[in-house]
Write a protein that binds this ligand. Structure first.
Ligand code: FES
Length: 339
């Protein structure tokens, strides 16, 4: 039975039909509420149920602790309404006019950078272009129905080829890319997705924070900012274990020398052969050493969940960063299948 959802404070109204989640229905009707993983792992879509009852669905405990649930919070990518609802959540105006498409594409180029990082460049059919915001991701649709989310690393203006950075974490898509993929292979994807993108209606200085291949959407944001001549102060921190993991170190160095984006690489396990004299340790701690007061900044963070979660917690509790100025995209694993 359909249920009517009213978003507060905007009073936008949409209808959830059949087995849809609240997020699926909102997106279908053109209302973009903040979201990331869409599988109950990242917490980005969290909001409050002001009136009515929901089925909370399947999610990871850390994304919605029981204490928050008791206060009326729910994850809208998982929750389904059992009655009409009034909900409170963040609506994202900038993403609402961008059409989400399912498209085929061809692997135009496949490069290996570090020992376990692959860079894919995908070509769309002639006459197709993907409109997206710098920082968004796509889902590769695999033949067995599984999806693999990957951030777009090219900037929106540079859209002849879509660029993806992939670390070999295992799993079916990595297995395919690292063992069997050939140039000219055909893939299908859905996108653009997510609400991690550069907020351009703001003049605050920016911290860009990446770990590993979390560099991909950060690269898109940096190249977009350079292309548009955005004059906000930007500092990029890129954390990795060893020097080889900074697989586009020279490019980031060039942004510093040619475009004024300060670049701070940070290694956590530098090898003797790296001859590393740069910063060491946890990448988000390096930010805190340099910027003990983040109250006037925006932060864009992408990488492994441990880094993103630690940065969010420490920046907001110790450095005065406003909670709503921390934008993130973390590599969250899918919710395990029930049973
Ligand atoms: S988008 Fe709902 S938990 Fe990540």
């Amino acid at each position: 039975m359909p249920h009517q959802i009213t978003i507060k404070p905007s009073n936008h109204v949409f209808t959830v039909i059949e087995d849809e989640t609240i997020l699926e229905a909102a997106l279908r009707e053109g209302f973009v509420i903040a979201y990331g993983c869409r599988n109950g792992a990242c917490g980005t879509c969290k909001g409050k149920v002001l009136e009515g009852v929901v089925d909370y669905g399947t999610y990871q405990e850390h994304a919605l602790p029981d204490t928050e649930k008791a206060l009326g919070q729910a994850l809208f990518c998982q929750a389904r309404p059992l009655t009409d609802l009034a909900i409170e959540c963040r609506e994202i105006g900038a993403a609402k006019d961008i059409q989400i498409k399912i498209l085929p594409c061809r692997v135009q180029k496949l490069d290996r950078f570090a020992s376990d990082v692959a860079i894919l460049r995908l070509k769309l059919p002639t006459n197709e272009r993907l409109q997206f915001l710098a920082g968004q991701y796509i889902d590769i649709l695999m033949k067995d129905g599984q999806r693999r989310s990957l951030s777009l690393a090219n900037a929106p203006h540079d859209d002849a080829l879509l660029e993806l950075h992939l670390r070999n974490y295992g799993g079916p898509f990595s297995d395919y890319v690292f063992n069997r993929m050939k140039e000219k292979d055909i893939l299908r994807f859905e996108g653009p997705l997510g609400t991690f993108f550069l907020r351009e209606d703001c003049a605050k200085p920016i911290i860009l924070l990446a770990s590993g291949t979390g560099f991909a959407p950060i690269k898109s944001i940096a190249e977009h900012a350079i292309h548009k001549g955005i004059q906000r102060q930007m500092t990029l921190y890129w954390g990795a274990r060893v020097r080889a993991d900074l697989y586009m170190h020279e490019l980031a160095g060039k942004w510093q020398s040619e475009h004024g984006i300060t670049y701070v690489p940070v290694l956590s396990e530098a090898l003797p052969e790296d001859q590393w004299s740069g910063r060491s340790g946890f990448v988000h701690r390096a930010v805190m050493e340099d910027f003990p007061d983040l109250s006037g900044h925006q932060v864009y963070a992408c990488g492994v969940p441990a880094m993103v979660e630690a940065a969010h917690k420490d920046f907001t509790t110790q450095c005065g960063l406003p909670d709503d100025e921390f934008y993130s995209d973390s590599f969250t694993p899918a919710v395990p299948a029930p049973g």
